[in-house]
Design a binder for this molecule. Sequence first.
Ligand SMILES: *Cc1c(COP(=O)(O)O)cnc(C)c1O
Length: 490
Amino acid sequence: MKSQVETQTLRGRNSPLEMTPEAFRTAGYAMVDRIADLLWSICDRPVTPGESAGAVRDLLDHDRPLPESGAGAEAVLDRAADLLIEHSLFNGHPRFLGYVTSSAAPIGALADLLAAAVNPNVGAWRLAPIATEIEAQTIRWIAEFIGYPRKCGGLLVSGGNMANFIGFLAARAAKAGPAVRSEGVANIGRLRCYCSAETHTWIQKAADLFGLGTAAIRWIPSDVNQHLALAALEAQFKEDVDSGDRPFLVVGNAGTVSTGAVDPLRRIAEFCRARDLWFHVDGAYGGLAAGVPGLSEDLSALGEADSVAVDPHKWLYAPLEAGCALVRNPQHLLDAFSYHPSYYNFSTETLNYFDFGPQNSRGFRALKIWVALQQAGRSGYVEMLTEDIRLSRLLFRLIDEHPHFEALTQGLSIATFRYTPEHLRGDDERLNALNQELLNRLESSGRAFLSNAIIGGKYALRACIVNFRTSEADIRALPGIIARIGESMV
Ligand SMILES: *Cc1c(COP(=O)(O)O)cnc(C)c1O
């Protein structure tokens, strides 16, 4: 017998995309079963199948034209699951330690399903009342976790690049004044921003996209520990002021992308305060580690920044995509982004996220973060981050003790090192080529996945643990896996 809901649906317009509750349940339960099996079996699979681009394209029969007529939802979804489960790189695999890409919390996948089903447009409060307030609470919780003022402004964006862009644009409007929005940067003078040479490439995209040009970036040398050198910052600032340039922004790193180095954030904050400069912290990777008590004095100084970028899709283990921009004074976001066209019928008394950032329509990114924060709680997150860091330090020690490796750096949860067979010691050129090839072979073996860094001219293997599935056994196995591949090459 058909339920009342189904009968109503069938009585309505019979659209090609509509699904009866029964069809939705059947396809949905099948999908959930497949996902549950995947997550359970992920550690038994290769990290990546390592197939060629041509082979992957062939799977899709890529010259096939757009189908003229439709097909059953269940069959279409089943094929999608086949393709994704058998032909993906799994960053949720316990031995995926490449780049800064985390394993995704399963609860986030369920939250994304719910978010997509309700489909609130979190651009305006009136279009998404409860979703807007959930995002606001998520922002407050993230701020609280890292020791940033709870009364800050903030919003979720697609990732670290976008979150850093928000800080950059807030700084530009605050320090260059409202004329920069109406007249453009050309009439403002030569705006200059400062950051260490270790800063992520987002700063180049920002300087380029927002009209300053990449020549506006002053790359400040870093010291032997990859920290921004304050004396060099001071000297460059003075030189620029003397020649009539307009410094407006200093970027500090809370965990550089290559080695996890934390810049001297407290002293940079003092430097900026004394000179009326905006202090932005790129904590896309490491900012969330400020939530681990007693980890680093400099990390906790991130609370003094005018703006901070953190990435929930990194160390909060949210499924892609989720970046988060926090700005100490919410007014600075309005000053940078707000416009009120005549076709908006939205009250200014409520929180409308279109006013606080570049997007108009916005998806419900907050839900997957909000549920995970509650599932693990603060203590659960502290435990997971602490364990990632402990495992990275363990890896560094194991590598250091191994006769065929050279341990290079260890910061937060990133360790860098290289394979150094005895007969090649001292020959950096050949060691660089060897390690580069070793990385490729390790990757295609599917046994573990690392990335690379260049440390003082040395090509290094880089393991970054933002992965709540990585165990001590995975880490203990790693030096042997890499050494065996190395031995097979020399
Ligand atoms: C990952 C990262 C970024 C870029 O973030 P996306 O989320 O990839 O856009 C910027 N800065 C640092 C330090 C990062 O680790």
